[in-house]
Design a protein around this ligand. Structure first.
Ligand SMILES: COc1cc(C(=O)O)cc(C(=O)O)c1
Ligand SMILES: [Mn+2]
Length: 339
């Protein structure tokens, strides 16, 4: 069974160095807790603790590939790890996104059967970002795009970002909305107990982004736009009945804009999601039964999740042969144009 892992984090020294500067800046972003812990070990990492992920993020051939061989992972879909370039000023972000995309393309050229990748862009410079989407998809021939949820507290229902969505739709480039810590306007009670992180805040941040796009009519304007989210759909599949019911009531009483399709239809038609970091067979079975097996893709979430357990999770999952082929590689091949 071909195994394609679809949310696999990676970085380059130039982005890591810039994030170390961010960790020493006056930024109030909740992401600083994570950034300090990973990129600035010598600085007091209180509140997050040292996170030994940096070597794993920068590495491709020393440990990543041998571990893939050891555990039978055929391919990783690489993404520039969160928060990507989105904490940098627009010019630095634009330049480092392009550099990261070039480096990613080099890795894929060197290992074409082992790696594919998602291109980054700087949402806070939408016109240049749209041009980078064009370059990524036509010149570098990457497999889609990644963004780490909000940029300076703004979300893709904001029409300022729509030139990017237009370019993505035109190039059939699926945008992976990966988490980062909740935005400054969302962070409120999420600043304690490590709730800023993957434990809870990440799901709240991306789930909020998804609903803003669905309820804000993004998929009426871009009906063919494809979005991928991780972590078994960031809680949305488990709440979709209530989201659908309450949004349709809000539309009736004028509290939410009228949309051409329902929230459930947008989620089923315009979203796919991966199993990254949710190694729970019951959740997987429900997600497949509720949202359709064609919308579920396997992932490890390397290096934040160990490879061995993620492989065992899917190899022992209660799936039919046909479902296993779809989740392990078929859906990824379709959505991310993988040969
Ligand atoms: C960007 O940093 C991350 C850290 C963690 C973590 O386990 O602490 C998980 C993710 C993730 O789920 O993608 C990302
Ligand atoms: Mn991840």
């Amino acid at each position: 069974m071909r195994l394609i892992a679809t949310e696999e984090a990676w970085s380059i020294p130039e982005v890591a160095a810039e994030l170390q500067q961010v960790s020493r800046s006056p930024s109030q972003s909740l992401d600083k807790l994570l950034v300090k812990g990973i990129y600035d070990a010598e600085v007091d990492t209180s509140g997050y603790g040292k996170m030994n992920f940096l070597e794993g993020l920068l590495d491709v051939e020393e440990r990543r590939l041998p571990q893939m061989d050891e555990h039978g992972v055929d391919m990783q879909l690489l993404t520039l790890t969160a928060p990507g370039v989105q904490m940098f000023d627009a010019d630095t972000a634009t330049d480092l996104a392009a550099l990261s995309n070039d480096r990613m393309a080099e890795i894929i050229r060197k290992h074409p059967t082992r790696f594919v990748g998602l291109g980054s862009f700087a949402p806070h410079s939408p016109k240049r970002a749209a041009k980078e989407v064009e370059r990524v998809m036509t010149e570098l021939k990457l497999n889609g795009l990644v963004v780490n949820s909000h940029t300076n507290g703004d979300y893709f229902d904001d029409y300022r970002f729509w030139p990017i969505l237009e370019a993505a739709e035109a190039h059939d480039a699926c945008i992976y909305i990966h988490p980062r810590s909740p935005s400054d306007t969302l962070k409120g009670p999420l600043q304690d107990y490590a709730m800023d992180s993957a434990m809870w805040g990440y799901g709240v941040e991306v789930g909020t982004h998804m609903l803003r796009m669905m309820a804000g009519g993004v998929f009426d304007r871009f009906p063919k736009l494809k979005i991928c989210v991780g972590h078994m759909g960031e809680m949305v599949p488990f709440f979709i009945w209530r989201i659908n019911f309450m949004n349709s009531r809000a539309q009736k009483v004028g509290r939410a804009p009228k949309t051409q399709r329902s929230m459930e239809e947008y989620f089923k038609d315009n979203f796919v999601f991966t199993t990254s970091g949710v190694e729970d067979h019951l959740a997987l079975r429900y997600a497949i039964d509720r949202m359709g097996v064609e919308n579920v893709l396997w992932s490890i979430d390397y290096p934040y999740q160990p490879i061995k357990e993620a492989v065992e999770f899917i190899q022992t999952a209660p799936l039919s042969e046909a479902e296993m082929h779809a989740v392990c590689h078929g859906n990824a091949e379709r959505v991310f144009h993988i040969p």
